[in-house]
Ligand binder design. Structure first.
Ligand SMILES: [Zn+2]
Length: 335
């Protein structure tokens, strides 16, 4: 199948602009900019990997026949460029039934919220390593997967936290356990991407939280580290009252007991959701009820004076929030 690219991202001198570049002939669309050769030429890349693209203006009517339309404008891979193995876009030679996915295996969930401002761009989704290159292959090798076995996973584009919730609700457990989530250059197991309550293991009452906290703490103080992309289950006891004069507000989640079993120290994770509703008014009402929320974003931690830990997550797009709780789905489906 041949896929026409209608979006590109602009990277120059290692600096990544999160605003997607759209085709100049396309209709106006919020949070995008039209292609401008003066600015973008030679600096365009695929939205989901580091492959270089160029703008193709399309061809006009050919052969004098009005029934023979030329190609319409699009972005194309530069000669010799290929989409990376973690990219959701197929390469031109992966045509037709040459691409076979193993239905007995899991999924590659590609997180793709191109215009979620700042939510994932800083050091995360489209992180640019030195020299403006992404290196997803390294991340895959880190998981001890060969490129081929990774390629047999069925790719799916995920555009909201709800897409992940839906997958948990309908997909086979064995396939989900064999699935990966790709957020820019990061590759992680699906089950590690979802931080849900309960699940006592490794000495923790809430082992998913405990294990992630160990990881976050190991990077403490590193200036270039901006946290880990995750979906976190957060219980909100005090809902937020809509205040349309205030774009930014914070919602405090219920403290999560972190202490290892059999120890006296009482440590907690205190989750905070920092909402900026400037570009997405729907966020004003999203936290208006007490209950459990799934929040997708970068998790950053700070150690508090009393030994407990604050987790901070920024939300500026309602697709980052769902009122469904992963632990409820797990209980309902698999006990
Ligand atoms: Zn790509």
């Amino acid at each position: 199948m041949s896929v026409t690219l209608t979006r590109a991202r602009y990277i120059k001198d290692g600096q990544y602009d999160p605003t997607p570049v759209r085709l100049p002939g396309s209709a106006w669309e919020a949070h995008t900019v039209p292609y401008d050769p003066q600015i973008h030429k030679d600096h365009l890349h695929c939205m989901s990997c580091s492959a270089s693209l160029y703008y193709h203006s399309g061809s006009v009517f050919r052969g004098g026949s009005s029934s023979l339309r030329g190609a319409s404008e699009h972005f194309s891979l530069k000669p010799g460029q290929r989409h990376s193995i973690t990219c959701k876009m197929p390469n031109p030679e992966d045509d037709g039934d040459r691409t076979e996915y193993d239905q007995s295996r899991g999924f590659r969930f590609h997180l793709n919220i191109p215009d979620a401002r700042n939510a994932f761009n800083k050091g995360a989704a489209y992180a640019v390593e030195k020299g403006g290159k992404l290196n997803p292959r390294q991340a895959i090798l880190h998981l001890n997967e060969t490129g081929d076995s990774f390629r047999s996973l069925t790719p799916k584009s995920m555009e909201s936290v709800q897409d992940f919730i839906d997958a948990m609700q309908k997909e086979d457990r064995g396939r989900l356990n064999d699935s990966y989530v790709i957020v820019g250059h990061r590759v992680m197991r699906f089950k590690d991407f979802i931080i849900r309550l309960g699940f006592p293991r490794h000495g923790y009452e809430n082992s998913r939280f405990g294990r992630l906290q160990e990881k976050l703490a190991s990077h403490r103080g590193q200036k270039t580290y901006h946290g880990e992309p995750r979906i976190v289950e957060i219980h909100v006891d005090k809902p937020k009252e809509a205040d349309f004069f205030e774009d930014k507000f914070s919602v405090k989640g219920r403290a999560i007991f972190l202490s290892k079993r059999g120890r006296d120290e009482k440590k907690f994770i205190l989750p905070y959701i920092h909402v900026d509703s400037l570009y997405d008014g729907a966020l004003q009402n999203l936290f208006s009820k007490a209950g459990t929320y799934s929040v997708m974003g970068m998790v950053r931690e700070t150690k508090l004076d009393n030994g407990s830990i604050a987790w901070n997550m920024s939300v500026n797009d309602s697709r980052q929030v769902s009122t469904h709780a992963p632990s409820d789905i797990f209980k309902a489906r698999w006990g």
